[in-house]
Design a protein around this ligand. Structure first.
Ligand SMILES: [Zn+2]
Length: 242
């Protein structure tokens, strides 16, 4: 398809880069080879209400799951993330070459259905190429799921994911973007650009907002290391309601 533009981003996906990178996209497809990364993607996507299409492969087998907002997530299936290395990576245990090809194609099909608003896979689809078998198991949402359940923890202790209204009573909210960014996407927040940062005096915790949540998280961490109570608004101004 010549109309598709592909942009490769060479970056290590960790808790901070995930927040900045995934924010700009509508659907996330997980083709990673580490359990820790899969569970991180699950947390970020559930927190932001972004669909996540997860595919995993191991030798002759593959698993496919579509995590949609309000539905069961990866940690409904695995409440305790398994230790990395418990099943071995593809590099360690090997994988039949066609297995990722098949799972990737199934992942693409689910993604196209998501884009078209068609019903997507419910539960977990398991493919066993050695036995030439496919089966789908049901997956109920766990009320006590640590990620999508009622008592789910926010992403980290310093990230505020949901801000129903800007709560000036609870926080001192500060926009830390640079002047040209504020001009391009104005908010009603007081602006203290990061490049000229001087910590304001406040008797309430600071809630920092930037474009994507990346700089605000880095600054919140720095301020905390200086003993100042600061939080970062996940997703930045793009997630603020006008
Ligand atoms: Zn869950």
């Amino acid at each position: 398809n010549p109309l598709i533009e592909v942009e490769a981003v060479e970056d290590r996906l960790d808790a901070i880069s995930a927040l900045g990178l995934l924010d700009k996209h509508d659907i996330v497809l997980d083709g990673t080879d580490r359990l820790e990364t899969k569970f991180l993607l699950n947390r970020v996507c559930v927190a932001w209400g972004k669909p996540l299409v997860v595919a995993s492969v191991h030798r002759f087998e593959g698993q496919l799951q579509v995590v949609v907002p309000g539905g069961p997530c990866l940690q409904c299936l695995w409440p305790e993330p398994p230790e990395d290395g418990c099943v071995g990576t593809c590099a360690e245990t090997g994988v039949l070459g066609v297995t990722p090809g098949l799972l990737g194609t199934m992942q693409a099909a689910e993604t196209i259905k998501l884009l078209l608003g068609l019903p997507v896979l419910q539960g977990v689809c398991m493919v066993d190429l050695l036995r030439s078998e496919t089966r789908t198991i049901k997956l109920p949402q766990r009320p006590d799921c640590p990620v999508c359940g009622a008592g789910a923890e926010p992403l980290t202790g310093i990230e505020v994911v949901e801000l129903r209204e800007l709560d000036h009573e609870q926080y001192t909210v500060v926009d830390i973007r640079e002047a040209d960014e504020v001009l391009a996407r104005p908010t009603s927040l007081p602006n203290l650009p990061l490049s000229a940062w001087e910590t304001p005096v406040s008797d309430r915790p600071l809630l920092l907002v930037c474009a994507s949540g990346r700089r605000s998280l880095a600054l919140a961490k720095r301020l905390r290391s200086e003993g100042i109570e600061a939080f970062s608004f996940v997703g930045g101004v793009s997630r603020l309601r006008d």
